[in-house]
Design a protein around this ligand. Structure first.
Ligand code: P6P
Length: 331
């Protein structure tokens, strides 16, 4: 007799996925469970950040030239440590590490995956209690199993992602991940300390009324972007509007909302950041993969994000991402 179960924890869900694909080895399930463990540990610190001595600057600058917060460092160490001590990842790259890290123990060298992540995106919001998030991306390594990974493993185009996801530490803590089989969301149930399936088979609505952009950059955008923003501001109901501006300054929260409700998130190039601000490998590509699997689109304004061939680990890209109908002019 099989006991029917409604609620799936992340572990149960990934194991269920494993059952459905007989040639699966369980490595990806293990990697996702490791990420879930690190996310739970980060969640504890994010939720008490105001109480513990974990707010504020760590007093160092990262490779991006940005002030690193203590919580950034904590999150970076958690995700790095869990993946290094697991057996499902051969190496990682992170916004907070200058270079990639090859895990050089025998078990890790046998793994077929590498992982890239932004351990705590939006960290400038931490001290004012605005949602922050973790973003991750998983690729099958190009180098031989049993050897150390190298830079080529981390510079693959986003179309080669095996999985991608994010955790948003907000009013609740939600882990969303995508494989080619679909996008699913899991909400942390603090009473049992497990992520439980809460958003099954997420689809990005084809249309939306939300646009997300930092309006303070308006006069630094090109004319096409300025025209689009003016269109969103002026559209009447007869013209497909009215639209509403929602911009939290934390892309994980902005894109999560638009993924569920429909909308477009834009981080266009500006005069001082002609290649955009956001990082291709561990911000744009993971969200582009998730959004496309959910039925939306993601470009840099003229090229599909997933088709861009990266040339450097921390390279930047412009990003236009969201509902397919709202993305027409950015394809
Ligand atoms: P701006 C946070 O620092 C971040 O990387 C994204 O999460 C966010 O969408 C963006 O930068 C905000 O940038 O220039 O609008 O403050």
């Amino acid at each position: 007799m099989v006991i029917a179960r409604k609620v799936f924890t992340l572990d149960e869900f990934t194991i269920q996925q494993l059952r459905n694909f007989h040639n699966a080895t369980g490595e990806l399930s293990g990697l996702l469970r490791d990420i879930g463990l690190a996310a739970k540990r980060v969640n504890v610190e994010v939720n008490k950040a105001g109480l513990a001595d974990i707010l504020g600057e760590a007093g160092i600058m990262n490779v991006q030239g940005e002030e690193v917060k203590k919580l950034d460092l904590f999150a970076n160490n958690q995700f790095t440590g869990v993946l290094q001590h697991g057996i499902s990842c051969a190496g990682i790259a992170s916004e907070e590490w200058d270079d990639f890290i090859a895990f050089d123990d025998d078990a890790s060298r046998q793994s077929k995956y590498v992982c890239l992540f932004d351990p705590l995106d939006g960290s400038s919001n931490i001290d004012v209690n605005v949602s922050v998030g973790t973003i991750f991306s998983v690729y099958r390594r190009l180098t031989e199993k049993g050897t150390s990974v190298n830079l080529d493993d981390f510079l693959q185009p986003g179309i080669r992602q095996v999985a991608a996801g994010y955790i948003v530490y907000g009013s609740s803590t939600v882990l969303v991940y995508a494989t080619r089989r679909g996008v699913n969301g899991f909400t942390l149930d603090p009473s049992i300390g497990e992520f439980c399936l809460s958003h099954s088979d997420i689809k990005c609505p084809a249309g939306g009324k939300i646009y997300s952009v930092n309006h303070g950059n308006f006069y630094r955008f090109d004319k096409k972007v300025q025209r689009a923003i003016k269109k969103y501001q002026c559209c009447t109901a007869q013209q497909g509007g009215p639209y509403t501006l929602r911009y939290i300054g934390s892309m994980v929260s902005d894109i999560h909302r638009n993924l569920l409700k429909g909308g477009i998130f834009m981080y266009p190039p500006t005069r001082d950041m002609p290649h955009g601000k956001l990082r291709l490998q561990y911000e744009c590509n993971p969200f582009a993969f998730i959004t496309e699997v959910a039925g939306g689109l993601a470009t840099n304004g003229h090229q599909r994000i997933l088709d861009i061939v990266p040339t450097a680990l921390h390279e930047r890209s412009a990003l236009f991402i969201g509902s397919s109908n709202m993305m027409e002019e950015w394809k």
